[in-house]
Design a protein around this ligand. Structure first.
Ligand code: SAM
Length: 295
């Protein structure tokens, strides 16, 4: 089938939900969602058919089983099947509703009518990119951006690593930031970001986007930035931290998420070794968001 997707279903105890989300994200799934009934969570995640063989899915299923056993929890039921692109996007869209985040934002799924609100409307069509505002880490980052951009946002220049749908970059611009530089290793994500700039009627010159990581961002940035946002996973963040040195100055702050509670200490140690400290640590569920400053 052309343009088909694997739909991967994981039914697990709610205590395993975050670990399963992590595992699916690490595998490279797009658009994970979760529905709870009592102590059970039914998670759905999607993966392009052309990029995974059935054996890869079997290996994923084994990793999930191993995660559950390590956490001494019942082994989740894992199933997968193929669905068409069209069905995938309809399923995915049906699960997504407008959501208020922080004091200022309303996330507006692009295919729904524009809501009446005093909030800043952040319109998104994530496609297959991560960043719908549904996940705790995205919410924490948007809330941290509200705090950072409270005063003189028009002077603030920000680098966004792992931009996904562009939700954080677009959010920062809606809060009045001067300039954003965004990168993501996934070209589907950078495309989604470019489209979401237009969708939110923002000036494309204020949000420069490139596919890649630090090596793609460095040539775009003429001088050190005021802020860094990075919502990826902890093991990737610790690799990126030392690479940020060329774009930071003594006043640069950072907002980091995608870090589970039990990974926070390890990330804080790497930060300290690279001239940063954790000024505040916010938590939601099992996830943390670090507001960091230079030592
Ligand atoms: C959890 S999503 C975050 C999306 C969005 N920023 C948000 O907060 O919702 C992480 C993104 O980081 C990207 N990514 C993974 N490793 C990366 C790296 N080394 N450099 C840049 N982007 C990376 C992934 O492709 C994914 O789109």
């Amino acid at each position: 089938m052309a343009n088909s997707w694997w739909e991967i279903q994981v039914v697990c105890d709610t205590t395993l939900e975050e670990a399963m989300f992590w595992r699916l994200e690490q595998f490279g799934c797009k658009g994970s969602s979760s529905e709870r009934k009592g102590d059970t969570a039914k998670m759905l995640a999607y993966y392009p058919q052309a990029q995974a063989h059935v054996l890869d899915l079997a290996a994923l299923s084994l990793s999930i089983r191993q995660d559950a056993l390590t956490m001494q929890q019942p082994v989740p039921a894992v199933r997968w099947g193929l669905i068409e692109e069209e069905d995938w996007s309809q399923t995915w869209k049906a699960q997504w509703e407008p959501r208020e985040i922080g004091d200022h934002f309303l996330i507006h799924p692009a295919w729904l009518p524009v809501p009446q609100t005093d909030r800043k409307i952040l319109t998104l069509e994530p496609g297959v990119a991560f960043g719908t505002g549904e996940h705790a880490t995205t919410q924490l980052c948007l809330e941290a951006l509200e705090m950072r951009l409270e005063a003189q946002p028009e002077e603030i220049v920000i680098a966004d690593f792992g931009c996904g749908s562009g939700v954080l970059s677009v959010g920062a611009l809606l809060l009045g930031a001067k300039q954003l530089y965004a990168v993501d290793t996934d070209p589907l994500a950078t495309n989604a970001t470019l489209e979401n700039i237009i969708r939110n009627q923002l000036d494309p010159a204020k949000l420069l986007v490139a596919t890649g990581s630090v090596e793609a961002l460095l040539p775009m940035v003429p001088e050190p930035v005021d802020g860094i946002v990075c919502n990826i996973l902890a093991d990737i963040i610790v690799d990126l931290i030392p690479q940020w040195t060329p774009i930071v100055k003594p006043e640069t702050w950072g907002i980091l998420s995608g870090i589970l509670l039990d990974q926070a200490k390890g990330v804080a140690d790497v930060l300290e070794g690279n001239g940063w400290f954790v000024a505040a640590l916010w938590k939601r569920g099992d996830w943390t968001c670090m507001n960091i400053r230079r030592l």
